[in-house]
Design a binder for this molecule. Structure first.
Ligand code: AMP
Ligand code: GLY
Length: 441
């Protein structure tokens, strides 16, 4: 009998748990390792074919995602067939280049291609060069010049660190004073270190936000279901920005024509330009869009799956994820036809008290088995760990509770019915994920 495939997922969040879950459902997969994983990324094999159950086993491996040499050694020792990168930090360190140089198969963009996320200045210049709609902007390396620009250009702006800032580097400013303060924090106080030494000042746009993720083999863009993230901490999009408090997919008001328009005006020109520069983008290209009265504009690109978007998109994917990722590596994406379950998926993030600031750890978590037994529900761990036989909190975002249902309303009802069964001290979550009225594009 032919041996099954051995897969390694890099990362430790809800996105990586969802990736491991989706890969463990693929018929060919023998085992999924997750480095370093979390309290939810080890499970036994589940024989049989139960709805929403992974078939192959998974195991957490305690290797940090930035220890490229240890990851390469592990992939060699374990004869890993494919490594899948979750977060941006290892991409920025060149994990894909290092694996490729070692002759190992890995899904994700090279360090040069990941610049679309790791340098907003690079992404903006690329978009300008290929006429991709994005807010007007200027780039600064010097605080005084940036201040002078603000004074000469009154009007609503967004101030952004060019480098990686864990999703917290964009300041949407209500006034000139706020914009000056944001500049000072980035360039004067250097709150994000060198990530803020280059700053973008960008025109503020108004509209409806959308996350459009696409698989790419370097030439073709294969869009996934459109998703909506909820970055603010509190209901009604109030409070500070976070890594993401919930998501849903698909987005009812985004039809096939809107997706086709975004692929034609945004994703394809960017992929073509990257290929022409000699840095083709292979991986997941994530466009953070603002859909305005005059169409879609790019607020940012990411070079990976979104978190928590992945936890809302992947449960709806019927096509085997392993096969889809392999098609990207083989340059055969054109031949792939992605199939999706009908209905919708809603993901609610459960966060520790104090998030997105500093949080306590070690709070016992209860009710997960009962929650997971609810119809259509999948629980993806993030900041969790085991202390003996007790599962406890170990980070800001603790769990993602996803539920699929025949429509958005039912999916949300199922997700919240599961959330009600889970408890840890001071648990925070939004109550309006997938429940706000549908916004028009
Ligand atoms: P970014 O990290 O660039 O995606 O920005 C984070 C969040 O800030 C986005 O999800 C938007 O909610 C907001 N944002 C960023 N750029 C703009 C813009 N030009 N106009 C309005 N809101 C923006
Ligand atoms: N959900 C936003 C991100 O993954 O960057």
């Amino acid at each position: 009998m032919k041996k099954g495939k051995r897969v390694l997922v890099i990362g430790s969040g809800g996105r990586e748990h969802a990736l491991a879950w989706a890969l463990a459902r693929a018929a060919e997969v023998e085992i999924v390792y997750v480095a370093p994983g979390n309290g939810g990324t080890s499970w036994p094999p589940f024989p049989g074919d139960r709805e929403l159950q992974p078939r192959a086993p998974a195991r957490s491996v305690p290797i940090p995602p930035d220890d490229l040499q240890a990851l390469i050694a592990f992939a060699r020792e374990q004869a890993i067939d494919l490594t899948v990168v979750g977060p941006e930090a290892p991409l920025a360190r060149g994990i894909v280049d290092a694996f490729q140089a070692a002759g190992l198969r890995i899904f994700g963009p090279t360090r040069a291609a990941a610049r679309i996320e790791t340098s907003k200045a690079f992404a903006k210049a690329l978009m300008r060069a290929c006429s991709v709609p994005t807010p007007d902007y200027a780039v600064f390396h010097n605080l005084e010049e940036a201040r002078a620009y603000l004074r000469a250009h009154p009007g609503p702006v967004v101030v952004k660190a060019s480098g990686l800032a864990g999703g917290k580097g964009a300041f949407v400013c209500e006034s000139a004073e706020e914009a000056e303060e944001a500049l000072y924090r980035l360039m004067g106080e250097r709150v994000f270190g060198e990530a803020g030494d280059t700053v973008i000042i960008e025109e503020r746009l108004y509209g409806s936000e959308l996350s459009l993720l696409a698989l790419s083999d370097g030439r073709t863009a294969m869009p996934l279901l459109p998703a909506r993230d909820h970055k603010r901490l509190m209901d009604g999009d109030r409070g500070p920005n976070t890594g993401g408090m919930g998501a849903y997919a698909p987005v009812p008001e985004v039809g096939p024509e809107a997706i086709e328009q975004a692929v034609r005006q945004i994703l394809m020109p960017v992929l073509d330009a990257m290929a022409r520069q000699g840095t083709p983008f292979v991986g997941v290209l994530y466009a953070g869009l603002m859909w305005t009265a005059s169409g879609p504009f790019v607020l940012e690109f990411n070079a990976r799956f979104g978190d928590p978007e992945a936890q809302a998109i992947l449960p709806l994917l019927e096509t085997d994820l392993l096969g889809a990722l392999e098609a990207c590596l083989a340059g055969r994406l054109e031949d792939l036809n992605l199939r999706w379950r009908p209905g919708a998926c809603v993901t609610v993030v459960l966060a520790s008290p104090g998030y997105p600031g500093s949080v306590p750890e070690g709070l016992p978590i209860s009710g997960l088995d009962d929650a997971a037994a609810q119809e259509g529900v999948l629980i993806f761990h993030a900041g969790t760990r085991w202390e003996g036989t007790r599962l406890v909190t170990a980070g800001g975002r603790v769990l993602s509770v996803s539920a699929i249902g025949p429509d958005l309303g039912e999916a949300a009802a199922r997700a919240y019915a599961a959330v009600e069964r889970i408890h840890f001290e001071g648990m925070c979550f939004r109550r309006d994920i997938g429940r706000a009225s549908v916004r028009s594009l």
